[in-house]
Design a protein around this ligand. Structure first.
Ligand code: SF4
Length: 344
């Protein structure tokens, strides 16, 4: 019999599964608590389950969907994890301390098909989607690594891959992460970042209350077409219509990510275009000065350019923060460490 990955199951599916092997449904809640509250590493730790049931779990399930292949610590406290999947493929996740927050950046695919020009993961192509268990287990392993005294407070889906290109596994993972029986994350603490897959965005808005971030990176179609091939399928007008219609409680806003690339999208006229584009959306902007990499054909803008860009947004009363590069000395930007391990 093939062993199932136990972390593939949201609570209701786990109830069905335990009933299928002859147990009472409440056993699912016990298992869920063991997996995501107590973060067990072995079924032997579950002393409230009978020995016979533990043996059944031992032989019928796989507890781990990922294993830690490497970690690297940056001088600023950022820690990068490379995880090996059961088929040997590698993904990466990053833990970013920013007290009182501890943010986990997780991956949703091995590689990515969307080919954004400024992204190293995009150069790898898509190898495969992650399963729900592989998404959830990144969090379990990172939380195990930091220990009980510090809890991961925030989750961002900004690692390898486009989360909405793997929507089924993502939505199941979100249900597990939000379930109060397990991790119990607040929806305010989870952000899904997308390049703008419009139909999947609509579905996410309907089915999950988590925060949405849109990787915009250009405020005109010509530049965005060059940077992000997905823009040819869902151009800015279509994307912004979807953003305006996105269901959000009144205090929430969509975060727009904007990587600043020298002489590509960092000029004052680009900032003014961005102001016009966002004028009718409840938004905040995250400006990210590009982290140069020898394999990518872009440069980082000067500090003055970045501040001037931010200033134009501020003058238009847009909330705009500049995201400091974290973990630059360990190449914590999207896809960089796993890409290096794969190519070495
Ligand atoms: S930025 Fe995101 S969507 Fe674009 S290639 Fe990289 S991982 Fe894929």
């Amino acid at each position: 019999m093939d062993r199932v990955f136990i972390k593939d199951f949201p609570l209701d599916a786990l109830e069905t599964w335990v009933q299928g092997i002859g147990e009472r449904p409440f056993r699912a809640r016990q298992i869920f608590r063991h997996l995501y509250n107590r973060l067990i590493r072995s079924w032997d730790e579950c002393s409230d389950l009978s020995k016979a049931f533990r043996t059944q779990l031992e032989y019928g399930t796989r507890l781990d969907a990922v294993e830690t292949a490497a970690t690297e610590d940056a001088t600023d406290g950022t820690r990068k994890f490379v995880f090996r999947l059961h088929d040997g493929k590698l993904i990466e996740s990053v833990l970013i301390p920013d007290p009182p927050r501890l943010t986990a950046c997780v991956s949703s695919q091995v590689g990515c098909a969307l080919g954004c020009r400024f992204c190293l993961t995009g150069t790898m192509g898509l190898q495969r989607n992650l399963s729900t268990a592989e998404i959830v287990d990144q969090l379990v392993h990172m939380q195990q690594a930091v220990g009980a005294e510090r809890r991961i407070t925030n989750i961002v889906f900004m690692g390898m891959g486009e989360p909405l290109a793997n929507e089924e596994a993502l939505l199941r993972a979100l249900r597990i992460l939000l379930d109060p029986t397990g991790f119990g994350f607040s929806h305010r603490r989870i952000t899904v970042s997308t390049v703008g897959l419009v139909p999947q965005m609509v579905r996410l808005g309907r089915e999950s209350p988590v925060n949405l971030a849109v990787s915009l990176h250009a405020a005109d179609d010509e530049t965005r077409n060059r940077l992000m091939p997905i823009n040819r399928k869902y151009p800015l007008a279509t994307l912004m219509d979807a953003c305006r219609a996105y269901p959000m409680p009144s205090r929430k806003r969509i975060t727009f990510e904007y990587i600043l690339l020298k002489d590509v999208n960092d000029r004052p006229e680009d900032a003014r275009r961005l102001v016009r584009l966002l004028s009718s959306v409840r938004s905040k902007v995250n400006l990210i000065p590009f982290n140069p990499h020898p394999d990518l054909p872009f440069e980082r803008p000067s500090e003055e350019r970045v501040l001037a860009f931010q200033d134009i947004l501020h003058q238009a009363h847009l909330t705009a923060t500049i995201r400091q590069s974290r973990g630059a000395d360990i190449r914590a930007a999207c896809g960089q460490l796993a890409a290096r391990m794969v190519s070495s």
